[in-house]
Design a protein around this ligand. Structure first.
Ligand code: AHR
Length: 617
């Protein structure tokens, strides 16, 4: 490779390598959000997500009834004396016979992982409703044996929050959290929570330290959140409305997740902004534009007469992030513990929305309102799913600074399309490749993505940001198995080959792209020497990075699309490779001199090839 260090071409944007975070594959509850209790406020119900239906979700999902030593109780989920109007359900325990203790136990996300000697902060809201007058025991148990225990003071007949810390005597990943009662009477409970003290940066209501560390190690410049499809939702009621996700966690309004599960919103916009600070990334929130997801019914558009509340969500978000502490939303940010602004610079509008008349009608209202209120904010539009980028031109006409295009394609597609941006019009809206992946976590996929990123860097004057997708997947809880950047379970984190490619490019990002030329030889490995003059025999070239080579004599292409039957349907194709050192191609029927190479795909079980090529960019 010859690199012309004295010939910089384009500047690489500071924000070129970012992250896309969506709550898919249990990336939030059961993932990044360190809460160990599942369904802590009894708000689960059956859901029909994009990929799966979960009838088993019920208000007592993940909870068991506990009756020990002859004890008996009835459990019911009530809502007549709710904690508040957003958090309507709570559990009521009616003690028939106390025995050695009755109550409830939570299984977490298929077992709670705790570490011996670490601290865990338990909290809940409770009140007694009849003459219950006994203490409440909080314990962790594994295989029916207690590993931590604490006794809480007596309850009153008003809702109140109680907390206590636990320190387990063993490290286990199958613990249950038990709340047990002696005596007689009724007890109501809600917002039952257990957090490890060791969250990232030790924050209350915090995030899993090992998962955040995996993000920090990627040195991301920008963080797109909270989706993805969940941003605009499966029907408007399902859209991600950020105002439901801030303030006291007990006051947040949970929603179901279109990937087929539930969201507590305990990890909400405040926590996302804080996470961005922690990992050193610019926040890029994605807001719905009053148009629900176009891939799954019901397709809904906010009535024009009611669009203002959706537009207000965008302008109020700027105030929440950047406004003074005496502004309506800046005050809430300050009360949550962050009087300083979050310095929001970008807002994304829409996600893969279909190019409908309704979308075209609504989108400009958001652009206008944001320009008026905060002209310094850069607007990121949406180009859609698929490399045809159906609504890029519309985003360009709207004057968006960037537009977000997505594709999930084969590794071959990424290799074939490394030159995708070479001919883009430089005067138009810049590009954010906000979701991409080559549908696999094998090394080959990672290499294909690396090839693509070289093309992006060469075109970094038009491509300003990128992000792989999806980011997280919890084993056993996935809706998107094909490829995810980081896999995890309750205690371990797996960084994929794709992760290391992202890290390689991000951590070593340069300031400028330098003109370069590379020269390479297609050669067999030393372990497997070929016959003289041959460098590869009978392989499906689509399985290797050599699959992007076509041989031609300058005018006429000398390779067919498919050599599998030994026949040759030559295709004429201009190329940007040239043979510098002879070589020949041979099918089982003919030997073919080769003089130049271009980019297209070929494969042949019978092909013998021997090439030396020079690629000039
Ligand atoms: O990354 C998973 C999904 O793929 C996103 O939610 C959506 O934007 C895309 O179609």
């Amino acid at each position: 490779i010859t690199v012309h260090v004295d010939q910089p071409t384009v500047e690489l944007s500071e924000s070129l390598y970012g992250l896309f975070y969506e709550d898919i594959n249990y990336a939030a509850d059961g993932g990044l959000y360190a809460e160990l209790v599942q369904n802590r406020s009894f708000e689960y119900y059956p859901v029909q997500g994009r990929n799966n239906r979960r009838d088993s979700f019920r208000p007592l999902y993940a909870w068991d009834k506990v009756e020990t030593g002859g004890g008996q109780c009835d459990l019911s989920v009530e809502h007549s004396e709710s904690l508040n109007t957003h958090n309507t359900n709570y559990v009521q325990i009616r003690i028939q016979k106390p025995g050695d203790g009755v109550g409830i136990a939570n299984r977490g996300f298929d077992g709670i992982y705790v570490v011996e000697g670490d601290r865990y902060d338990f909290s809940f809201y409770a009140k007694r409703t009849r003459d219950f007058d006994s203490p409440v025991t909080i314990s962790l148990e594994s295989e029916s044996a207690p590993i931590a225990k604490a006794i809480l003071p007596k309850l009153t007949d008003q809702w109140a929050r109680y907390e206590v810390s636990l320190s387990p005597s063993a490290t286990v990943n199958d613990a249950r959290l038990l709340l047990t009662l002696g005596g007689t009477g009724d007890v109501c409970m809600d917002m039952i929570s257990l957090f490890p003290r060791k969250t990232y940066n030790g924050r209350k209501n915090g995030l899993r330290a090992d998962l955040v560390q995996a993000l920090v190690d990627l040195k991301p410049a920008v963080f797109r959140f909270p989706g993805g499809c969940i941003a605009h939702g499966q029907g408007l009621d399902n859209a991600y409305r950020w105002k439901d996700t801030v303030g006291d966690v007990a006051m947040r309004k949970p929603n179901w997740n279109l990937w087929g599960y539930h969201q507590t919103y305990g990890l909400g916009y405040y926590e996302y902004f804080q996470l961005c600070e922690d990992i050193g990334a610019e926040p890029l929130p994605i807001l719905p534009v009053g148009v629900s997801c176009g891939f799954r019914k019901p397709f809904q558009n906010a009535e024009m007469g009611k669009l203002q509340e959706w537009v207000d969500d965008a302008t109020d978000l700027v105030e929440f992030a950047n406004g003074p502490v005496d502004s309506t939303w800046g005050k809430i940010r300050a009360e949550m513990g962050h009087p300083e602004p979050f310095h929001l610079k970008y807002i994304g509008l829409g996600n893969e929305d279909h190019h409908t008349a309704e979308f075209e009608e609504r989108f400009p209202h958001f652009v206008r309102a944001l320009r008026e209120q905060a002209p310094e904010i850069k607007i990121v539009g949406t180009s859609g799913l698929g490399h045809e980028i159906p609504i890029y031109e519309f985003m360009n006409r709207q004057g968006c600074e960037l537009s977000d295009e997505h594709y999930y394609e084969s590794p071959e597609w990424f290799i074939d399309n490394a030159d995708r941006f070479d001919d883009f019009d430089r005067s138009k809206t810049k590009i954010f490749v906000g979701e991409y992946a080559s549908r696999g976590n094998r090394l080959y996929n990672a290499v294909a993505e690396a090839v693509y990123l070289t093309g992006i860097e060469r075109n970094a004057d038009i491509v300003q940001m990128t992000a792989y997708a999806p980011l997280f997947a919890r084993y056993g809880f996935t809706q998107w198995q094909a490829a995810d950047l980081i896999w995890f379970d309750e205690k371990s984190v797996v960084r994929t080959p794709n992760y290391y490619v992202q890290q390689l490019f991000s951590v070593n990002k340069g300031d400028h792209y330098l003109k370069n030329e590379s020269e390479f030889t297609l050669a067999p490995s030393e372990d497997n020497p070929p016959a003289i003059g041959q460098v590869g025999v009978g392989t499906w070239a689509t399985e290797s990075i050599y699959d992007d080579i076509q041989v031609s004599d300058g005018n006429k292409s000398l390779l067919s699309d498919d050599f599998s039957n030994g026949s040759a349907n030559w295709v004429v194709e201009e190329g940007d490779f040239s043979i510098v050192d002879g070589g020949y191609l041979q099918s089982d029927s003919a030997a073919v001199p080769a003089t130049s190479l271009s980019q297209t795909r070929f494969h042949s079980p019978n092909l013998v090839y021997s090439l030396r090529a020079k690629k000039i960019r």
